[in-house]
Design a protein around this ligand. Structure first.
Ligand code: PMM
Length: 257
């Protein structure tokens, strides 16, 4: 899944793709690099971000979704019902829902749905995140949401631990270390760690544009844990890394499968 943030203020690519033509071109470039899905978002959810007016969010994303849909599978990254509905109308086939609350939109329109875990909201989520056991808490939250969505008739459901959303570095590492627990639920798992802040911390303070090795390491680790999809900015490098490991003779066939 290639990240296409049509926002002025996302932490790593904010402001680069606010022009719809540039955004579509970047989306198609990621497809050429090997992305299967383009994830279009019009509201930054970075820590501390202020909410965006839904009219403005729709204005940012709809033309881009409409241009890309039909050429590639498009997901809409939003926590707002009206944005999800309009994007599906424009051709998006997955609602990538960082609020884990929009399954009724997916149920009503017959599209896929990603339930991502977040503690709190983007403005305050990094202030003092707390869990009993972060992995158990996240898994049980997500499984509750999966039941609700499936009960409402959503056929394609994904779960995502929400790396960086109300989580300390230790919380993120616990979730990544126990990705097998999420995979064991049997629900396909999506992980988005690309260029995130905890990688900067682990890489000795590296800025967002200098976290490629960390992003690739996590993508490869996630795939080897059985994660079905990774959400990334650096599509070409990620596809190369995943193919290298997936095709490499040193990886036992049982692990590759
Ligand atoms: N992370 C961001 C935005 N949307 N969606 C899912 N499903 N999982 C994520 O981890 C996720 C997301 C924030 O990252 P960005 O600002 O680089 O888009």
């Amino acid at each position: 899944m290639g990240v296409l943030n049509v926002t002025p203020d996302s932490f790593s690519d904010g402001g680069r793709f606010t022009d719809p033509e540039q955004a579509v071109a970047h989306g198609l470039a990621m497809v050429a690099e090997g992305a299967d899905i383009i994830d279009v978002g019009g509201e930054s959810t970075r820590p501390g971000a202020e909410p965006v007016d839904e009219v403005e969010e729709r204005r940012r994303v709809l033309d881009v979704v409409a241009s890309l849909a039909g050429r590639v599978a498009v997901s809409i990254d939003t926590r707002h019902r009206s944005v999800a509905e309009a994007a599906v109308e424009a051709g998006a086939t997955i609602v990538n829902d960082v609020s884990a609350s929009l399954w009724p939109v997916a149920a009503a329109s017959g599209v896929g749905w990603v339930a991502m875990h977040m503690q709190g909201d983007p403005r305050t989520m990094q202030v003092a995140p707390r869990y009993d056991d972060v992995v158990d808490d996240v898994v049980s939250f997500l499984l509750d949401r999966v039941d609700l969505a499936r009960g409402a008739g959503v056929a394609e459901v994904w779960i995502d631990p929400g790396i960086g959303f109300g989580k300390t570095v230790e919380h993120n590492l616990s979730l990544l270390g126990r990705l097998a627990d999420l995979v064991a639920t049997g629900v396909p798992v999506l992980v988005g760690a690309s260029r995130k802040g905890f990688l900067g911390t682990l890489l000795g303070g590296a800025p967002a544009e200098d976290r490629l090795e960390g992003s690739l390491a996590v993508a490869v680790w996630a795939a080897m844990c059985g994660v079905a999809m990774v959400r990334v900015h650096d599509v070409a490098a990620t596809v190369r890394a995943l193919r290298l490991v997936g095709d490499a003779a040193f990886v036992p066939a049982t692990v590759r499968a």
